[in-house]
Design a protein around this ligand. Structure first.
Ligand code: CAA
Length: 380
């Protein structure tokens, strides 16, 4: 077993790290405060082709590894978890829906290539007010009319929703059949009847743009159907398996970012005539956290490699998501405590990281759903 990253993976990691430090860090507190997303920085990073990184060049991607993509999400999320999830949804939920689908290669390329270089942004519309953890509880419908489909319904908690040029909408062509009647379509921004609803005012990842999406008699050409009736639910589930590895990377990045802030602070901050890192009680807590971070990292990279190398990854993705996001919550909470009063102040970043960490335990399948997935495989 080789635990070394390849030269190419190290290069991507370094590039994302530098982008995060040089471009994301300067305005991260202000964006959190104002709930603004840095579209210009998203476009700037897109010029590197990062958003199509794990997908084949034949389909318009960059032909890199899934682990490289994961390393990039981790590095960006160390500094700005909102940017990390925007990237992850664009690549693994939108891009994943396209690439995992049964659409012809020409259609896949048409809808994937423009996101690779950040010219367009993608989003993933599965969740509805009646369909959260129970993704099968969809109400949005698509009715065939000539050579197009007419979509009606709505989605909620749609990350990138207000920004997206393309949104994959999962919906029922035959509501009687439940998940067996689920299809998926790419709906383009500006299509009549497709509108952005309430933009959420959130506890964390405040800079990420999350909204309802309304569909009222939205006419979509039949060649925008990427999952035929009956294929939609499985496409959503398979895509979420890949997405959960992305959220795990986001969680691990947040944990590592907060850990590093706490470590540096503890070496500088003096109380009782010595740096607080010399307080063995605190140093031991850091030792435990570092061990948990490394254990989480192993699960995450293993899940990415399972996907990369064609092994089943549903369970390893769920384990990585469960572990990395729980570590994120624990480490950020502890980091706030380590920094004392300063930890509670916005300019020290860790309070934002603690707020950002919370959502990673909730979206792309709550951690209870991850336990359902893991235990489901245990007792088959
Ligand atoms: N890959 C492929 N197929 C899968 C699959 C997977 N991972 N999981 C299930 N399936 C298939 C099953 O094999 C089954 O196929 P058959 O009918 O042929 O047997 C079919 O799908 C139905 O499976 P289940 O009976 O297991 O489905 P279920 O209704 O019991 O649901 C669930 C399972 C795991 C609870 C699922 O509903 C789920 O994952 N819920 C969580 C939803 C979620 O993660 N939402 C996140 C929204 S996106 C988000 O948060 C985005 C954001 O903005 C950041």
């Amino acid at each position: 077993m080789n635990f070394e990253l390849t030269k190419d993976q190290q290069r991507i990691q370094q590039m994302a790290r530098e982008f995060a430090q040089n471009e994301l860090l300067p305005g991260v507190c202000q964006r959190d405060e104002e709930g603004q997303f840095p579209l210009e920085l998203f476009a700037k990073l897109g010029k590197t082709g990062l958003y199509g990184l794990p997908y084949s060049t034949e389909l318009g991607g960059l032909g890199g590894s899934y682990l490289s993509y994961i390393l990039a999400v981790e590095e960006l999320s160390k500094v700005d978890a909102s940017f990390g999830i925007a990237f992850s949804v664009d690549t693994s939920l939108y891009g994943g829906s396209i690439v995992n689908s049964s659409a012809p290669d020409e259609v896949k390329k048409r809808f994937l290539a423009p996101i690779t270089y950040g010219e367009k942004i993608g989003s993933f519309g599965l969740t509805e007010h009646t369909a959260g953890s129970d993704a099968a509880g969809q109400r949005t419908v698509a009715a065939k009319d000539g050579d197009s489909y007419v979509l009606n319904g709505g989605k909620c908690f749609n990350t990138n929703g207000p920004l997206a040029d393309y949104t994959v909408i999962y919906c029922l062509t035959d509501p009687e059949l439940g998940t067996k009647g689920m299809a998926a379509f790419v709906v383009e921004k500006g299509t009549p009847g497709f509108t952005v609803g309430k933009v959420e005012n959130k506890m964390g990842i405040r800079s990420a743009q999350v909204s309802d999406m309304h569909l009222e008699n939205v006419r979509v050409p039949a060649d925008h159907m990427i999952a035929k009736p009956g294929e939609g639910f499985k496409l959503a589930m398979k895509t979420l398996d890949g997405g959960r590895i992305g959220v795990a990377a986001q969680g691990l990045g947040i944990a590592k970012g907060a850990f590093e802030i706490a470590r540096t602070y503890m070496m500088e901050r003096e109380q009782f005539d010595k740096p607080i890192s010399k307080q063995q009680y605190l140093a031991f807590q850091m030792a435990e956290m570092q061990t948990e971070i490394q254990a989480a990292e192993l699960l995450l990279y293993k899940a990415a490699m399972d996907k990369e190398e064609g092994r089943p990854y549903t369970v390893s993705a769920a384990m990585a998501k469960l572990t990395c996001t729980n570590v994120a919550m624990k480490v950020t909470t502890q980091a706030v405590q380590m920094l004392g009063g300063n930890g509670y102040m916005k300019e020290y970043h860790v309070e934002r990281m603690m707020r950002d960490a919370k959502i990673t335990q909730i979206y792309e399948g709550t951690n209870e759903i991850q336990k359902l997935v893991i235990s489901g495989q245990l007792f088959r």
